[in-house]
Design a protein around this ligand. Structure first.
Ligand code: KIV
Ligand code: ZN
Length: 564
């Protein structure tokens, strides 16, 4: 890096905008979306898509709900030309979809582009030329007037060819490339000249696409540019103002959202932000940001993992783990306090199944319901040594159907936490259940329950009396014990007491069925407290609900003896 003073770079230009209105606006409806995956996205791929891949991707875009899709640069290569022809000749374009074709403002390229559109039902011809001082000086060596003239001549030719072109409804789009880095008054001058040449009217508007070809300034400056432009146009009604942001400073999403607040009507971008350098705007993120505010995004991402998988296969790009909405980790919490809060939020919602009558989403740390975009709850909470009791309980509940009593969470959480800390890594749900199994379900010393017979012995007044006869192994010795009580658990406690082994109080007992259907197991949880007031839980699982309860008692008993 250059040592100060830094002479190599200069500050961005402020926009002369007083009383700006955009900070007070909210976005309350979706813009017109235009996907540029097959053009801007494709031209940035190490291995560009072949025709078959483009056809598949085009179909995906129509299924998501895009009504405007830039399909390529037909005058630039045989593949691009052939793809445009295949779309048209094989009737792949749904009735309500416009294909968009990009072309530089050069005569032979414009003519070739029109040839590629023969027979298309609807199309947008997208003309562009660079307008910024750097491009004028470094790339073209042309004056402002000469650059403006290229745009006007190109537009005039597109107009002439449109008038001659039969059978296609043609819309016209113009982009002053590098708009974000162009003197704002000059951009307006060029765009107004183009609008005038096209003879745009409110009934037949032109699309003026104002690209942040390179993101050279923060999003508030982008918003100022858009508001200034919209306010100073002579015929605002005769134009659809379109945004096309790139992400060089990492703010493409913010720039687009502020640009919409500043008055834009339309947004160009790609799925997951694929595109030159740091990428184009990620349309998925902006659309789902709108959804997260209760605005209908008009795009269907209800199976985002499927969209991602097609995208990754065809582009050979990978969506990073922390990419908004789509990344593997974005609905996952490792930290204990986050997990506890998420579990509380999720517990309050359990039971809501009606998609239409949904109460407000109030789950801390989760912006939206992962299920809305085809993701599940399983990976919301993952366990490492940073995790807490709520997280472990969540995993056991989600993956294994075990609804541990709340007062059992700290005990289990600590055991699993120590395990993760010892291994110094994340634990899988299988490893968590494995540890739970070893400690709670398979601990048979000093007492092992071999078999039991519990039956109702008699009715005493209002209350039934149960008798429990159990075959056990106690300190390696097989024995039969028996007792009575007002329930199977109390009968077994009585049997232990009669055998002289009772050194505890029964302080908690709960049970529930695991999963649904008829072939369910039951889980039972028993808490025993010793004379010093220390409490230990046990758990038992069995197809017989009474056996599950006795197993839970034995499990708690053994845990308590081990700590004595
Ligand atoms: O980024 C850009 O300026 C472009 C134009 C061709 C619209 O992709
Ligand atoms: Zn671009």
């Amino acid at each position: 890096m250059q040592r100060p003073p830094i002479t190599k770079y200069q500050p961005y230009q402020q926009i002369p905008l007083s009383n700006r209105c955009w900070p007070d606006q909210i976005i309350d409806k979706a813009p017109i979306w235009c996907s540029v995956d097959l053009r801007d996205g494709n031209q940035a791929l190490a291995i560009p898509m072949n025709v078959e891949e483009k056809l598949e991707y085009f179909k995906l875009l129509t299924q998501i709900g895009f009504k405007q899709i830039e399909v390529g640069f037909p005058s630039a290569s045989d593949t691009e030309y052939e793809f445009t022809r295949r779309l048209i000749e094989e009737n792949c374009i749904p009735d309500d979809v416009y294909i968009q074709v990009l072309v530089q403002a050069r005569e032979h390229l414009i003519r070739k582009t029109f040839e590629s559109l023969q027979g298309a039902p609807r199309a947008i011809v997208h003309l562009y030329n660079s307008t910024s001082p750097i491009q004028r000086k470094v790339t073209f060596g042309l004056t402002r007037e000469e650059i403006k003239d290229i745009a006007i001549q190109g537009t005039a030719l597109v107009k002439e060819l449109t008038e001659k072109h039969e059978g296609t409804e043609i819309l016209f789009q113009y982009s002053p490339e590098s708009f974000s880095d162009t003197e704002i008054e000059y951009s307006l001058e060029v765009c107004e000249a183009v609008l005038h040449t096209w003879e745009a009217t409110p009934e037949h508007p032109i699309i003026l696409n104002l690209p942040a070809t390179v993101e050279v300034a923060p999003p508030n400056v982008h918003a100022d540019q858009i508001e200034w432009f919209c306010r100073n146009m002579k015929s605002r009604q005769a134009a659809i103002i379109s945004l096309h942001t790139h992400n060089d400073q990492g703010c493409g999403t913010a720039a687009t959202m502020l640009g919409l607040m500043a008055g834009a009507d339309r947004v160009e971008g790609t799925l997951f932000g694929n595109g030159e350098r740091t990428g184009n705007l990620d349309i998925v993120t902006v659309a789902l940001n709108l959804y997260a505010q209760g605005v209908n995004p008009d795009l269907d991402f209800s199976d985002l993992p499927a969209v991602r998988s097609i995208y990754e296969r065809i582009t050979r790009m990978e969506v990073p783990e922390r990419h908004p909405y789509a990344g593997d980790l974005v609905f996952t919490a490792f930290s204990g306090s986050h997990q506890d809060a998420i579990k509380k939020g999720m517990d309050r919602r359990s039971g809501y199944t009606n998609q239409q009558a949904q109460p407000l989403w109030e789950v801390p740390y989760l912006l939206i319901d992962p299920r809305d975009i085809g993701r599940n709850y399983k990976a919301i909470i993952r366990i490492n040594s940073q995790s807490g009791k709520g997280g472990v309980a969540y995993v056991l509940a989600e993956e294994y159907g075990l609804e541990l009593p709340k007062t059992m969470h700290p005990e289990v959480g600590e055991i699993i936490n120590q395990h993760a800390d010892a291994l110094q890594r994340e634990l899988t749900p299988q490893e968590i259940y494995g540890a739970f199994q070893r400690i709670y379900l398979e601990n048979n010393t000093p007492l092992e329950l071999v078999s039991e017979d519990v039956h109702r012995a008699s009715e005493r007044g209002e209350r039934a009396e149960y008798r429990c006869v159990a075959e056990v192994v106690y300190q390696n010795e097989p024995l039969t014990i028996e007792g009575t009580g007002n329930g199977p658990i109390n009968a077994f406690v009585h049997a232990l007491e009669k055998a002289g082994w009772k050194n505890f109080h029964l302080t908690d007992f709960r049970q529930h069925a695991i999963g649904g259907g008829s072939a369910t197991d039951s889980a039972a949880y028993v808490q025993l407290t010793n004379e010093n007031g220390r409490a230990f839980y046990g758990c038992g699982i069995d197809s017989n609900i009474e056996t599950a309860g006795l197993k839970a008692l034995v499990s708690a008993y053994n845990r308590l003896q081990l700590q004595e």
